[in-house]
Design a protein around this ligand. Sequence first.
Ligand SMILES: Cc1cc2nc3c(=O)[nH]c(=O)nc-3n(C[C@H](O)[C@H](O)[C@H](O)COP(=O)(O)OP(=O)(O)OC[C@H]3O[C@@H](n4cnc5c(N)ncnc54)[C@H](O)[C@@H]3O)c2cc1C
Length: 374
Amino acid sequence: MSDISKVLIVGGGIGGLCAAIALRRQGISVDLVEIKSEWTVYGVGIIQQSNVVREMARLGVLDHYLDAAYAFDDVGIYDLQGNARVRIPGQRLAGPEYPANVGISRLALHQVLSGTAIELGAEVRLGITVETLEQDADGVDVVFTDGSHGRYELVVGADGVYSKIRGMLFGDTYTPRFTGQAVWRYNFPRHPSIDHLASYTGAEGNAGLVPLADNLMYMFSTSHEPGNPWYEPEQLAELMRDRIKHIGGLVGELREQITDSGQVVYKPMEVVFVDEPWFKGRVLLIGDAAHATTPHLGQGAGMAIEDALVLSLELVSGGSLDERLERFMARRFERCKYISGNSILAGEREMAHDASFDRIGLTKAMLARTAEPI
Ligand SMILES: Cc1cc2nc3c(=O)[nH]c(=O)nc-3n(C[C@H](O)[C@H](O)[C@H](O)COP(=O)(O)OP(=O)(O)OC[C@H]3O[C@@H](n4cnc5c(N)ncnc54)[C@H](O)[C@@H]3O)c2cc1C
């Protein structure tokens, strides 16, 4: 049992919900506030690799999670015409009986995590956020936007790339930056050959196909979008078809099926990295609030999930709160910086059409690094 008895989590995304689960499992009371009054998540899915599967086991949600996901082991790398280049074997880090990787719809993941957090007793309030924070030696007084207030021994800002809590701690020092690229995504019925993550890469672009369920998969592609243009929603299907016009193989075959602009999920890439300890006193940032990166290595949510788990372990491991949060930082900072920096680098090399960039080597190095214990 921790002497930290009550924690406020700000933000009910992947990181905030995993923190709620992990802290409740340590017997710590959790209030969670989420700014959206309807707790929705945007469409399509997410890739979660072997380190995430391992941490889902440690969060105690693995079976429920796997029921909602499409499990696979290998990652296949193809050229832009769909010819196989290499197959990277998965690492079954959660144990030989569990898969290496999964694809999961964001909605299904949200349901697993929010259901578990609530079942474990996290008190969730929607449609509100923090108005003010005032710290003293023993706690943080919080006033919420609905006029209610509370006192907590720790406040965790898990409020994403545009974090309000980050602004409260660091002012304008860290603000999101558009990298020059955007991601296009679209769901399809799963093709029988997509029983693994299929990544199509080359100097002229890239795309991927990710299985999410027996009958569902999604396509993603990244593109260079100088100046971060705004597109009319009804243009999106045509634009996505245009962005992948140079890609053949199965991606090329599927291209003409991208017809419903309402189903295209378009997202400019924005990054931020807090390059100093992610806490001040009793207020800490985790997940994208501290280290939002690009999706090139498929590890942003993975890092948020790992943050949550490590926080729960350090909070019950003794010493002053400052010492515990320093230990948290020691376990998280370099690992997140590696993922953040290399994800951004991969995007820069794509924009430069750099044929010499060793994407396969980077993927293998990332898998080896993230397989290391956290
Ligand atoms: C295009 C794209 C594809 C990606 N694909 C992958 C992938 O395949 N694999 C992977 O691991 N990662 C992927 N990521 C990264 C991943 O989505 C993020 O790293 C992850 O969602 C971070 O979780 P989070 O909880 O920190 O932040 P978020 O998921 O952004 O959650 C923040 C939550 O806080 C809420 N909130 C915001 N402001 C406030 C406030 N003031 N008060 C209260 N609540 C607030 C938000 O409504 C939201 O619910 C991708 C990202 C992008 C952009």
